[in-house]
Design a protein around this ligand. Structure first.
Ligand code: COA
Length: 256
């Protein structure tokens, strides 16, 4: 069976590759577990100084697998999704991300918790939670207004329209934009540069940078997860997921 989360360690960098291209790297429960395990292993392994998070050629991640939403609706604090988010948020070592193509839902929100984010010109970010009758997750209801301002955050979260690498870069969400076929190699080079730095100073710098916001982010993740779990069971969400699977527009007109 193909490994859905692939880890590789080289030059002090653990590359964590989301590897389900036939489903645009949509994440199943097992994949969240694989991601959490990988980050935890990287944090504990003295041979790893930096993590590099990436998708497959041309696609970063299409968010949570929508079939999985229907099959495994609970999304409470004991779920692998929340474990992944908490592991990511509390990671001790720097995380570099390379984004090519779509980054949808958690494919975008996980990037808020990375340290350096590089995007290909064709990267497309989106937060379609409301369109799926859901609420923001991964602390994005806290991070997004901080980074983009309330009105822009409301636009991105309520209308759920995609935004491009340029807009992400202007908000400071992306460090730099490169040609799509170069972004992975450049992110790898940045990760190697970090891995050559004094590791204790690097880890402490990350901890200091996150010190002011980490408790609020973790709290936001918990509060969001409660609402998310509730809404996952709602008739609105069932309509949204079924419509996606049936490749039709959802009809929310009958809900009050
Ligand atoms: N969950 C489950 N399956 C998904 C998926 C997801 N989040 N995203 C994509 N897929 C599947 C499609 O159903 C399709 O499967 P099929 O070939 O068996 O029919 C396959 O991946 C390819 O997707 P497709 O939509 O044909 O690719 P595209 O290049 O036209 O569009 C996306 C790519 C990512 C823009 C589009 O797939 C998309 O919007 N996906 C949904 C994203 C989403 O809403 N995620 C949840 C966020 S909370």
């Amino acid at each position: 069976m193909t490994e859905l989360i692939v880890r590789q360690i080289e030059d002090g960098v653990m590359t964590i590759r989301i590897n389900r291209p036939q489903k645009k790297n949509a994440l199943t429960v097992a994949m969240y577990e694989g991601l959490a395990d990988a980050i935890q292993a990287a944090d504990e392994d003295d041979d790893v100084r930096v993590m590099l998070l990436r998708g497959t050629d041309g696609v970063f991640c299409a968010g949570n697998d929508i079939q999985d939403f229907l099959q495994w609706p609970p999304f409470d604090e004991s779920s692998q999704v929340v474990r992944f988010l908490m592991t990511l948020i509390h990671a001790r070592k720097p995380i570099v991300a390379a984004v090519q193509g779509p980054a949808v839902g958690v494919g975008t929100t996980m990037l808020f918790h990375c340290d350096l984010v590089y995007a290909g010109e064709g990267a497309r970010f989106s937060l379609p939670f409301v369109n799926l009758a859901l609420v923001p997750e991964a602390g994005s209801s806290y991070m997004l207004p901080q980074m983009f301002g309330h009105q822009r955050a409301a636009e991105l979260l309520m209308l759920g329209e995609p935004f491009d690498a340029q807009m992400a870069s202007e908000a400071g969400f992306v460090n730099a934009i490169y040609a799509d076929d170069q972004v992975i190699a450049i992110a790898e080079e940045k990760a190697r540069q970090l891995a050559a730095k004094p590791p204790a100073a690097l880890r402490l710098t990350k901890a200091l940078l996150k010190r002011g916001s980490q408790p609020q982010i973790a709290e936001a993740v918990r509060v969001e997860a409660g609402h998310f779990a509730e809404l996952l069971q709602s008739p609105e969400a069932t309509e949204a997921f079924t419509a996606f699977m049936e490749r039709r527009q959802p009809d929310f007109s009958k809900f009050s």
